[in-house]
Design a protein. Structure first.
Length: 246
């Protein structure tokens, strides 16, 4: 569950990672394969591949898996011909949902997603029904427990080209346009600032609040979508309340 949606959302996702650990290697390897096929094996000129490789390293995916995925993308090894598709829909309470998919059978995947939406109180929509609510942005989250000073971090980020800087009770958020993601990341690394999140994601322009019942339903829908083998990422425009408990 990605997006600009309060630290509670990010913590919820991190709590689900162990349960999905067996699928993460497959999902990221697939992402590397498609990125290499579309833009070549050099991450310097292939932003999609660069981000996929960073994700692979962050999840301790073995180098041999990474190389095999790249070779599949270049056609040196046999593999399924995956295509990248965006599906859109609405969850409980009218929450906007965008789903990034990589599949070798779009008819099967569409049927599966339609079933999951229906089962959890939502509905799969037409292309473009919610994508206008999201913008692609670079997102960095820095936990305040790292001890970094707010003013120092804000100056570093803005001077590196960040678009926005926000602070909450527990963390700082840095927002960039995708083209400035590398520059801001480099500055943070040079200053040894540890990030809890560093990714190019889809950020909702506005978010909605849900009652506890709809929040529980929405989380179940997100979990079901993320468990699907073809789903790479899920973006939503609601905030999990800080006091919400599964």
């Amino acid at each position: 569950m990605s997006g600009h949606s309060k630290w509670a959302n990010i913590k919820h996702k991190k709590g689900k990672l162990d349960a999905l650990r067996g699928k993460i290697t497959t999902k990221i390897s697939r992402e590397i394969t498609v990125a290499a096929r579309l833009g070549g094996a050099d991450p310097t000129g292939n932003m999609k591949l660069k981000l996929a490789l960073e994700k692979a390293r962050a999840n301790n995916i073995p180098k041999e898996n990474i190389q095999r995925a790249i070779q599949k993308g270049l056609g040196a090894l046999e593999g399924s011909n995956y295509e990248e598709i965006i599906y859109e829909g609405y969850g409980p309470g009218g929450v906007a949902v965008m789903i990034e998919v990589m599949t070798d059978n779009r008819n099967r995947t569409a049927a599966d997603l339609r079933h999951l939406f229906s089962k959890h109180g939502g509905n799969l929509g037409e292309t473009g029904c919610v994508s206008w609510m999201f913008k692609q942005k670079g997102l960095f989250v820095v936990d305040k427990e790292t001890g970094v000073e707010e003013e120092e971090l804000m100056l570093l980020a803005l001077e590196a080209g960040a678009e926005d800087f926000k602070t909450d009770d527990d963390e700082f958020e840095i927002i960039t346009v995708p083209e400035q993601f590398d520059a801001v990341q480099k500055v943070l690394e040079e200053n040894k600032i540890v990030t809890a999140v560093a990714q190019v994601t889809m950020v909702p322009e506005t978010s909605v609040s849900l009652a506890a019942e709809d929040t529980a339903k929405m989380i179940k829908l997100i979990d079901a979508l993320e468990e699907h083998d073809d789903v790479q990422d899920v973006y939503v425009n609601f905030d999990i309340p800080d006091d919400f408990e599964d």
